[in-house]
Every structure is written in structure tokens, then in C-alpha cells.
Write a protein that binds this ligand. Sequence first.
Ligand SMILES: N[C@@H](CCC(=O)N[C@@H](CS)C(=O)NCC(=O)O)C(=O)O
Length: 233
Amino acid sequence: MADLSSFPITTRWPAKDPSVIQLYSFPTPNGQKASIALEELSLPYEAHRVTLKDEDVKSDAFLSLNPNNKIPAIIDPDGPHGEPIGLFESGAILLYLAEKTNKLLGTTEADRYHTMQWLMFQMGGVGPMFGQLGYFYAHGGKEIEDPRPRERYINESRRLLNVVEGQLDGRDWIVGPYTIADIALAPWLNVFGFYEAKDAVGWDEFPNVEDYVERFFNRPAVERGRNTPPAEG
Ligand SMILES: N[C@@H](CCC(=O)N[C@@H](CS)C(=O)NCC(=O)O)C(=O)O
């Protein structure tokens, strides 16, 4: 039986079955990436809800696994050489799970690098820019009178949406085959309704993106993973 007692996080969020992957997450776009990948890959796992409140995500127990205080994070009891491994950063988790199973990286060597390329595009561009748009347009920063931060992130979001729109011309998925790059990207393309920012970014100008998001959320594994662990309950 796997022993996860060297991971202090397991004292606050105990593993019922320490032989399966332990997921510490919340159903935000970054959190959804990990649970959706686990579902797509049919990997057994146990999901622990770590809310975005300081008492959870900034607790000593969570910081012991991710000193950067952000979900998602995982422990795989059966990591490299059969040893347990802890991991944070959703992009690293996606790559790890894909390489562990040798799935969701496309079919050719070129697909594999293009998957990494679009994954980096999401991690370095889409996530941070759309996240800032959320802050300045929908959340705490919307009261700020200076229009420049809002304008900057609206324009940057439009620019990024345009890149995705072009890449999806003639493709169902961002690389061609369905990969972890889609699992990284599609949950983030779904935030504009939640931010009430569809008009601001000109959502109607991106029909390929709209179809893509619908195609993604219609996948049975995505349906299962998108609310795991549930936000409440
Ligand atoms: N680059 C990180 C970002 C993760 C992230 O921003 N997580 C947010 C929720 S979507 C979080 O945990 N926020 C809590 C906090 O910052 O206190 C990743 O992709 O894993």
C-alpha cells in the first residue's frame, strides 16, 4: 500500500485510497484542467476541495505541497521509478499526466511539440491576460477609474481570441488531434460569460472559438471533470 505520510498535506486532506492520484483543487479554469485530464485519461484519482480562501489555499498544509499557494496540485503515489511525486502548476500537471500515459500529445513528434507550444501559449498568454481582464473588468479592479488597465486587457484578450480563431480554421482542436493543449485552453475560453465581458471582447467575431468551446464541453469526460471537486458540498 502506498504511503503518503511524508506529504504533510495528507494530514489536513487525508487520502481515503493512497494508491490513487490525489488531486487538490477547486473548479476554476486552472483547476478544471487537472480534473478533466484525469477523466480523459481514465486515471483513478481522489479529489480534495481546496477553496481559494486563505484558510485553505494559504494553509501550511497546502503550502507544503505548493509554496505558490495556488490550485491545482497533485500527488501521484506511483510517480517516476514507482516513487511518489508531488506537482503543482496546471501546465506541468497536464504534461506529467500525458507523458505518464503517453496520450493526449497527438500522434506525430511534430504534434507533440505543437501541443507544448499551444500549452505554453495558454499558460503564458491566455491564462494571465484573461485573468487580469477578470480582475479589472468583473472583480475587484472594476471600480478603478483609470480606463487603461481595462482597455489593455480587453485589447489583449481580443488579440489572443483572434489568434485562436485563426488556428481553429479548418480544425476541430487546436493542434489537430485532441490534446492537453485543448484541456488547457478551452476552460479559459469559457470565462467571458462569467465575466459578463462577451460584448467588451466582441465575442460574436469569434465563431470558431464559440463552436470549439461547445465541442469541448460536450465531451463526456469534460462533463464529469469540470465540477470535480464540486465547489460546494
Ligand atoms: N499558473 C498557475 C495558476 C493557478 C491559479 O491561478 N490558481 C488560482 C485559482 S484559478 C488560485 O489558486 N488562486 C488562489 C490565490 O491566489 O490565493 C497554474 O496554472 O496552476
